[in-house]
Design a protein around this ligand. Sequence first.
Ligand code: ATP
Ligand code: F1X
Length: 308
Amino acid sequence: MIYTCTLNPSIDYIMHVDEFKSGDLNRAKQTFFYPGGKGINVSRVMARLGVETIALGYTAGFTGAFIKDSLKQEHIQNQFIETDGKTRVNVKLKSSDETEINGPGPLISEAKQQELLQQVKEMTDDDTLVIAGSVPSSLPDDFYVEIAEICQKQGTKLVADTSGKALQQLIGSSLFLIKPNHHELADLFNAEVETKEQAAYYGRKLFDQGVSHVIVSMGGEGAVYIGEDQQLFAEVPKGTVKNSVGAGDSMVAGFTAAISQAKPVEEAFRQAVASGSATAFQDDLCNKEDVEQLLNDIEISTIKEETK
Ligand SMILES: Nc1ncnc2c1ncn2[C@@H]1O[C@H](COP(=O)(O)OP(=O)(O)OP(=O)(O)O)[C@@H](O)[C@H]1O
Ligand SMILES: O=P(O)(O)OC[C@@]1(O)O[C@H](CO)[C@@H](O)[C@@H]1O
């Protein structure tokens, strides 16, 4: 089974405002509510690509109930742990540019932390766990590392989509897939990552430290894949970006779904990029048809040089 874990889910409240003026009364011309949080986005895209997952994490209050209802409507199983307080609402403001305000999320007690670790301990070497998103401030900084240690011991494949300190701490753990964007990769190595060669150079360092598959996304500039004996570059399809929230998560979902269906790595990478762009080109996350339509538009080439 493939599990996704979202420690800090959200309702994503998308607001389209024509010309946003800070400090003024603005009226949105269109709004949307979506169940959000990176792992939940991965579960939703994988469901659309025909792959079953079970969503784990913490939900709370009426906002948490919205998330559970929404997933139920999309036939996605969950084993969320209910906590006190309310699941956060993250505001995504779309105007001439994209502004995001993410809430802090509810407090998670020590007992609830142990409950989640117990769920991980019950997984086996047939299972895959996707840990995605930020670690709420009430959890220990190294909570993901604790999960990684459990997974390594029992042979559960671990996919990690996080950033900052949480990502830094995970490097060195045995990981199946990570997908930093080029800014996150640059932060990890305190270096400049602007070109595909630089992305490949630092991506290879992550591979050498125990990550089986590394995808570095570079927004509209393309994406890089580093694996055992391949390093690939994909041009992203051309289109109008409507809402890039969840585009990175869609890539993780596209790749993980394809691998679970025993597709070759290059095809999994192609599906990752198609899923990311298909999400970027619409308000909600991508559908299977959108992904399939983009697959043929993606040119993949080999990156030869690995110099900075
Ligand atoms: N301008 C664009 N044109 C086409 N595709 C895009 C564009 N911007 C993003 N994408 C798609 O979204 C993917 C992820 O984008 P990005 O590198 O911004 O990741 P990210 O920062 O993790 O995303 P996010 O945090 O917004 O989910 C890209 O690899 C690509 O497939
Ligand atoms: O605050 P975090 O956990 O870093 O990110 C949460 C979030 O911004 O990530 C998803 C998009 O990737 C959204 O659905 C959600 O609002």
